[in-house]
Ligand binder design. Structure first.
Ligand SMILES: Cc1cc2nc3c(=O)[nH]c(=O)nc-3n(C[C@H](O)[C@H](O)[C@H](O)COP(=O)(O)O)c2cc1C
Ligand SMILES: O=C(O)C(=O)c1ccccc1
Length: 389
């Protein structure tokens, strides 16, 4: 029996009979402003901020807003099923939590709380390489719930090899390789505050617990933390990588591999040729290339190039259930959501992340139904119009 995500709506009204209202807004676009008020400017600036003058993050939203749904009537939408099959797994809905590093700046419960929320709702959790908690601890918090590992592809092969074997041993089933961050982009909000969490050793937990990483240090981390941080900064990513290097990952990871940060259809074709299993159409939430194409504008062409050979995941700008509907209609199989759950965590820990997941999926379920669809495979380009096109 498929889960009825829309029941959350009734649950909220029912709880209201005893005077209770939701602890957080159900319009998730309001979370950023609330978080801004409650947490310090450094952490919120880091999470909310993006590259350049912020126009790419704005363009991500605009590209989704510009597309409007054309609902269809009288199509029997009584029985709905949001489940999807992606990367060889059955998911209860087309949603996963995106890899977001350094979550301890949002809440002391950090990644384990977000991972528990995902597990409780049955949604996959993608753990960042730059997690503030070692991957084994996050895995332990999740029991046998679905988890995927995001790789920052290090200059040091032994560290990469070690991360892959640790992730495998800890039960992460798919590998997400982030290609759009071989360098951190120009991020004025962080630059103006001279705020970078790693320099304080936050977001380095996977490295500082890794035997291959530690072998590269002259002294233990506690004896010379600055040298350990400098070593991390120097090796965490590698701008010299090229397509043939993917072979190394294929040889060292026997599960699905997904390339995150693909925006050009030719790069999707190369991913398929290289034996990859999927792509995430993403501009990193507008945090990397200032002036980049909006992720939703890139999605249809990438989906066409994938042509069923690759799983097509999407992120960058998803804030509501109708945004998910639009991404599905433009060719995504599943979406990831980043900042909204980070804000949910900052505002209310695990419960806040669960709130975000439940709101998104209840709204998606209702949007599907009210637009005349029963499953995530239903929406297509014919369900959208583009304003001004
Ligand atoms: C604070 C923050 C940290 C992030 N850290 C990572 C990371 O470690 N690895 C990664 O692949 N993407 C990272 N991302 C990008 C997200 O995975 C995702 O692509 C982006 O947040 C999606 O856009 P959205 O925030 O509009 O949903 C980060 C994003 C934010 C906001
Ligand atoms: O801040 C980010 O967007 C990001 O992807 C990142 C990069 C390095 C370490 C942690 C997060």
């Amino acid at each position: 029996m498929a889960k009825h995500w829309a029941d959350f709506q009734y649950e909220i009204y029912l709880n209201g009979m005893t005077g209770a209202v939701p602890r957080l807004p159900t319009d998730l676009t309001r979370l950023e402003e609330l978080t801004e008020r409650r947490l310090g400017p450094g952490p919120v600036g880091y999470v909310a901020g993006s590259a350049g003058n912020g126009s790419t993050a704005a363009a991500n939203r605009a590209a989704l807003e510009r597309r409007r749904i054309v609902p269809r009537m009288l199509r029997d939408v009584h029985d709905r099923d949001l489940s999807v099959r992606v990367l060889g797994r059955e998911l209860p809905a087309p949603l996963a939590l995106a890899p977001v590093g350094v979550l301890s700046i949002m809440h002391p419960d950090a990644e384990p709380a977000a991972a528990r929320a995902a597990a409780a709702q049955g949604v996959p959790f993608v753990l960042s390489s730059a997690s503030s908690t070692p991957m084994e601890q996050v895995a332990e918090a999740m029991g046998d719930a679905e988890r995927w590992f995001q790789l920052y592809w290090s200059k040091d092969r032994e560290v990469t090899r070690s991360f892959l074997s640790r992730a495998k041993a800890a039960g992460f089933t798919a590998l997400f390789v982030t290609l759009d961050t071989p360098l951190l982009a120009w991020r004025p909000r962080d630059l103006d505050q001279a705020y970078l969490p790693f320099l304080h050793g936050v977001g380095t937990a996977n490295y500082f617990t890794d035997p291959a990483f530690l072998a590269g240090l002259a002294k233990p981390v506690h004896e010379d933390p600055n040298a350990a941080v400098a070593h991390f900064v120097g090796m965490f990513a590698d701008p010299a990588k090229t397509w043939p290097d993917l072979e190394f990952l294929r040889e060292n990871w026997d599960g699905p591999i997904v390339l995150k940060g693909v925006l050009h259809p030719d790069d999707a074709r190369r991913a398929a040729q290289a034996g990859m299993d999927g792509v995430v159409v993403s501009n990193h939430g507008g945090r990397q290339v200032a002036g980049s194409v909006a992720a939703a504008d890139a999605l249809p062409r990438v989906a066409e190039a994938a042509d069923g050979r690759l799983a097509v995941l999407f992120d960058s700008g998803i804030r509501t259930g109708d945004d998910i509907f639009k991404a599905l209609a433009l060719g995504a199989d599943t979406v990831l959501v980043g900042r909204p759950y980070a804000y949910g965590l900052g505002l209310d820990g695990q419960a806040g992340v669960e709130h975000v997941i439940r709101c998104l999926l209840a709204e998606l379920d209702l949007t599907l139904a009210l637009s005349g669809h029963r499953t995530p495979a239903g929406p297509g380009r014919e369900d959208l119009v583009e304003e001004g096109a």
